[in-house]
Write a protein that binds this ligand. Structure first.
Ligand code: SAH
Length: 222
């Protein structure tokens, strides 16, 4: 029987008090709620842009078996496991204790991630898709948060996934988002860049030389 399955008190005991600062005590359950609030904002941003791009015709779609497997895996790791962890005691066997300052670092990662997530959707506008797709009249965006890096939205998801690990003190629910998204990122990014090169040719190749994937190039090529 997992900890806390009788009335939730054991669960409370395992999570309680593991992240407190002197004079500013915060239980990890509170951190669960802070994470949940960020999560609602994350889903809200996605929802707005799904609606905004809905009517724009797609001309290229590369949703193969690998993408079809990885997308649900990320949904489980980044959405279902954290929610299951917060709402039930069943993952308590994988709890651990975090130093008190780490959830605060997680909050900073989360705020930065949400800002970048919003900005990258806003800058891509109707060119955004959840998977590898191009739309009718697709434009190559090179400004805003796309000016120095090619994958700011993926950078934002990495930031959010690290926040998940720093705020939910559980090996499974904390790091499943980062683990699953990292696999998707390393599989998808070369394919996405190939698709963009095929569609935008020299323009995208030059853009690749001026930018980094997740971090700005220290020295831009002439
Ligand atoms: N990899 C980008 C975009 C993720 S959304 C990022 O992390 O910010 C994925 C879709 O965005 C792709 O299917 C592609 O159609 C589109 N896309 C990617 N980079 C783009 C760019 N610079 N300009 C326009 N569309 C882009």
């Amino acid at each position: 029987m997992p900890a806390g399955s009788q009335n939730g008190t054991a669960l409370l005991a395992t999570r309680q008090g593991t992240a407190s600062l002197p004079g500013f005590a915060m239980t990890v359950q509170t951190w669960d709620l802070v994470f949940l609030a960020g999560f609602v904002v994350y889903i809200g941003i996605r929802h707005v842009f799904i609606k905004r791009t809905a009517g724009h015709e797609k001309t290229v779609r590369r949703l193969d078996a690998l993408e079809k497997t990885l997308l649900p895996a990320v949904t489980v790791g980044a959405l279902l496991l954290p929610l299951f962890y917060i709402a039930s005691p069943w993952l308590a066997f994988a709890d651990y204790r975090l130093p008190a300052f780490l959830p605060w670092c997680g909050t900073a990662f989360m705020v930065a991630g949400l800002w970048l997530f919003y900005r990258s959707h806003a800058d891509l506008g109707v060119n955004w898709s959840v998977t590898l797709e191009l739309r009718k009249g697709h434009e190559l965006v090179k400004e805003g948060v796309y000016r120095r890096i090619r994958h700011p939205m993926y950078a934002a998801i990495f930031l959010f996934s690290i926040a998940q690990g720093l705020m939910l003190s559980n090996w499974l629910a904390g790091w499943s988002g980062l683990a699953t998204f990292a696999v998707l990122y390393f599989v998808r990014t070369p394919r996405e860049e190939r698709m963009m090169c095929e569609s935008f040719g020299q323009d995208y190749q030059e853009y690749m030389q001026q930018t980094g994937r997740l971090f700005p190039r220290i020295k831009r090529r002439p």
